[in-house]
Design a protein around this ligand. Structure first.
Ligand SMILES: [Zn+2]
Length: 170
């Protein structure tokens, strides 16, 4: 798990040292949760567990013979997506790169659980698509399988009409 710290420098390209530090810690927690949950995850919700882990740990993954890299970027566009999200993922990948934008809200004091959940959630987008229900269902399942509990996301679930989707919370 520790080696992520060294690797991160290779794929975080446009963030300040403080951001890189918070991201590294959130990524390390997310990896620990995923590895604890992995034996029970299978191909849940259509997410390829190897692509997911590669994206999480190495910042890149293989799909259809192509390597797709993650590019973490710090933004402060309160009038844009950062007004609503802690982070967001820009899809589809362009020229083999998926950009993950980290917003100021990501750095709220004491929001370790939010940061970890955000990373788990955004990484689902990075390796699949923009489906919010899939991303939240998969992130919640990782938390639940790893720790026996998951962050309540009822408001989010309702706002995205996920009850009518093919996905479900634990
Ligand atoms: Zn999302």
């Amino acid at each position: 798990m520790r080696f992520v710290l060294a690797l991160l420098a290779a794929f975080v390209l446009s963030v300040s040292p403080a951001t890189a530090d918070a991201l590294t810690r959130a990524l390390n927690r997310a990896i620990a949760l995923f590895d604890a949950a992995a034996p029970q995850m299978g191909e849940a919700f259509g997410v390829d567990p190897r692509q997911y882990r590669d994206a999480l740990v190495m910042g890149k993954f293989e799909r259809g013979g192509q390597t797709i890299s993650l590019y973490y970027e710090e933004k402060t566009d309160p009038a844009g997506h950062c007004g609503r999200f802690a982070a967001y993922t820009m899809l589809p990948p362009r020229d083999g790169v998926v950009r993950l934008v980290v917003c100021p809200r990501f750095f709220s004091p004491g929001a370790d659980a939010l940061r970890t959940l955000t990373v788990l959630h955004e990484l689902v987008h990075a390796v699949t698509d923009a489906n919010e229900c899939r991303a939240m269902a998969y992130a919640a399942r990782i938390q639940q399988r790893a720790t026996g509990a998951f962050t309540p996301v009822d408001a989010y679930w309702q706002a995205n009409n996920c009850a009518a989707s093919a996905f479900s919370l634990p």
